[in-house]
Design a protein around this ligand. Structure first.
Ligand SMILES: [Cu+2]
Length: 120
């Protein structure tokens, strides 16, 4: 619990160590879709609250031409992550199932812009 509070306090700024666990899942298994835009301010929204055990699809759309967020990196656990290219104005679906509470994140490849995924 203490660790969760610290992670939330740091969200949106310094790179943090991901914890918890997600796995890639079939698109058809998604129970909901969360739309994520890449704007001049980075990811919108910057915070997601999800439940351990649920499957969902992040539909990520890059809305700005000039940005370093030309691909999205999604952490799946402490030492694995996936990366997907983000063509301009083209929604990119990423379906995952959350398997353990914690806090994962999405970011640009250089970890300058990020968003946090809190798994309860
Ligand atoms: Cu960047």
């Amino acid at each position: 619990m203490h660790r969760a509070l610290v992670a939330v306090a740091l969200a949106g700024c310094a790179p943090h160590t991901p914890w918890g666990r997600a796995v890639l899942a079939p698109a058809a298994s998604a129970e909901r879709v969360i739309e994520v835009d890449v704007t001049p301010d980075g990811f919108e929204p910057k915070h997601f609250l999800v439940q351990s055990g649920e499957s969902l699809t992040f539909l990520v759309t890059r809305r700005v031409e000039h940005t370093c967020v030309t691909s999205v990196v999604l952490s799946l656990d402490v030492d694995s992550r996936i990366e997907r290219e983000l063509p301009l104005d083209e929604p990119v679906p990423i379906t995952v199932r959350f398997e353990a509470p914690g806090e994962l994140g999405m970011s640009c490849p250089m970890n300058m812009y990020g968003a946090t995924i809190q798994i309860r």
